[in-house]
Design a protein around this ligand. Structure first.
Ligand code: ZN
Ligand code: ZN
Ligand code: ZN
Length: 176
């Protein structure tokens, strides 16, 4: 039965192959880390910050419980449409951060869970970029126990040390 289903999805009526095909051409099955990071990359495409697109994914028991991408808060003009004066300015990357109104992806993944009343305690956070100091504090106090990041942009020694001291396990997943 499953094979017939796969065959139907794999070919158009005219015999042309489409999408994923089961059976002989079985696609390689990704491991959990790759699977979640691939999804995080898709989530990042929804980011509305003019500076960069970042995403975070909250996972518990190998299931996604929340997602977040970076951008201006709910109800506020999108950053890419000029919503954040700091992001629109010429301020070099990493400066004038106190004036930035964009929420970070990790922050949004945690607050989205809060919005729906979902506990994040004991969860793993997958992020396309290593967290900043402020997000690290939120990660610690929300009870997240593991951070898996792809790119280590400005992952300061202070942030790393803080997460380690608080018992949050951090590891980098390199792109394959
Ligand atoms: Zn922005
Ligand atoms: Zn901004
Ligand atoms: Zn942050």
């Amino acid at each position: 039965m499953a094979e017939r289903f796969g065959a139907r999805l794999g070919r158009r009526a005219n015999g042309q192959k489409v999408g994923w095909v089961m059976g002989k051409d079985k696609a390689e099955r990704p491991d959990w880390d790759t699977y979640f990071m691939n999804i995080a990359r898709v989530v990042a495409t929804r980011g509305n910050c003019a500076r960069r697109k970042v995403a975070a994914l909250l996972v518990k028991d190998q299931q996604i419980i929340s997602t977040g991408y970076n951008g201006t808060p709910r109800g506020v003009k999108n950053c890419c449409e000029g919503g954040c004066p700091r992001c629109r300015s010429e301020a070099p990357s990493g400066t004038d951060l106190q004036d930035c109104i964009c929420s970070h992806a990790e922050e949004n993944a945690i607050t989205q869970a809060a919005y729906h009343g979902i506990a994040v305690r004991g969860g793993t956070l997958y992020c396309t970029l290593s967290p900043c100091l402020i997000c690290a504090k939120m990660i610690i106090n929300s009870g997240i126990v593991e951070v898996v990041f792809e790119n280590a942009y400005e992952f300061s020694r202070q942030t790393k040390t803080l997460l380690m001291e608080a018992g949050v396990y951090c590891r980098q997943l390199r792109r394959r």
